[in-house]
Ligand binder design. Structure first.
Ligand code: HEM
Length: 285
């Protein structure tokens, strides 16, 4: 017996839960089906990295349910713990782009035509994430006519309150002056940036020590928003490196389209308030 093994180590018997049966490892490993023939080596990486992204998107959406429940219960610290997990995952998602950059444009071009017209643009979980963060742009639904499960998940997210609705509800219950028309807004609509909300947030930031709970929560959401934007930057830079000025397999202008999405923000007031902090510094001082 190897000196590394111990007496108590279990040999699973039939009928027992095992690593493989619990995690469905065989099923999982059978889900990578390259379309190139003969198989191009890098297509496996391309498939696995996208599948890994989808798994993490699933986990982020799962965590968002918990964070929303925490806010409903008035428990900011529980929500913060969950948001920290989400931003940690996002950080990995951004870093993961580097793995794809070990593939050269030539390697990619060997199988790119095979996946045409599929594109990450058709990731319904990515859109659900945007919708749940308040960017409820219904126009995206039309790209999911042939993906009924994904379309249904998107419609569900469009019909439900977004994270912002949970946040302002939480702040109102904590005594912050959130206007009634915002609390009773039509939640199926996109979140519209509001001056009144920016005013409330500015008060919190101007005296963060007195509003520590709300301030920490808003900063955690700023982290989440920033991480999402960093992913967008990382993705578009990688895309330019990979396909230059070519159009995307999803039919968009490619880099030009992706660059236009860099302006998107989930919590616009958390960003705009910063221009109101401190006083203007006179030119030349
Ligand atoms: C060689 C690698 C990749 C290339 C060349 C690429 C290229 C593109 C292009 C050109 C678009 C714009 C839509 C289109 O016309 O297709 C796009 C969108 C998108 N891609 Fe990628 N992509 C790559 C990898 C990935 C990976 C690994 C993910 C992870 C899930 C991903 C997720 C997305 C998402 C979510 C969108 C939609 C973005 C938006 O509409 O805001 N892509 N990609």
């Amino acid at each position: 017996m190897s000196s590394y093994l111990e007496e108590g180590m279990i040999t699973p018997q039939s009928g027992m839960v095992s690593y493989s049966s619990y995690l469905k490892v065989n099923e999982l490993l059978s889900l990578q089906k390259p379309l190139s023939s003969p198989v191009e080596h890098d297509e496996m990486l391309f498939i696995i990295i996208h599948q890994a992204y989808e798994l993490w998107f699933k986990q982020i959406l799962h965590e968002l349910n918990l964070a929303e429940n925490d806010l409903q219960k008035g428990n900011a610290f529980a929500a913060l713990k969950t948001l920290k997990r989400i931003t940690t995952i996002q950080n990995i998602l951004t870093q993961q782009v580097s793995i794809l950059e070990t593939m050269t444009p030539n390697d990619f071009n060997l199988f790119r035509s095979r996946l045409n017209p599929a594109s990450g643009f058709q990731s319904h979980q990515f859109r659900v994430l945007e919708f749940r963060m308040g960017l409820k742009d219904r126009v995206y639904l039309k790209f999911f006519q042939t993906m009924p499960d994904g379309k249904l998940a998107m419609e569900k997210a469009l019909a439900a309150p977004c994270f912002y609705d949970h946040l302002v509800g939480f702040l109102a219950r904590k005594g912050y002056n959130i206007p009634a028309e915002i609390l009773s807004r039509d939640v199926t609509e996109e979140w519209k940036p509001s001056q009144e909300i920016e005013d409330v947030f500015t008060t919190i930031y101007q005296n963060h020590a007195a509003h520590y709970e709300a301030y920490t929560l808003l900063e955690a959401l700023c982290d989440l928003d920033q991480q999402f934007t960093l992913w967008r930057y990382r993705h578009v830079a990688m895309v330019e490196r990979m396909i230059g000025s070519r159009i995307g397999t999803g039919g968009s202008s490619g880099v030009k389209y992706l660059a236009s999405t860099l302006q998107k923000r989930f919590f616009p007031e958390i960003w705009s308030l910063r221009g109101r902090l401190g006083s203007e510094i006179p030119y030349g001082k």
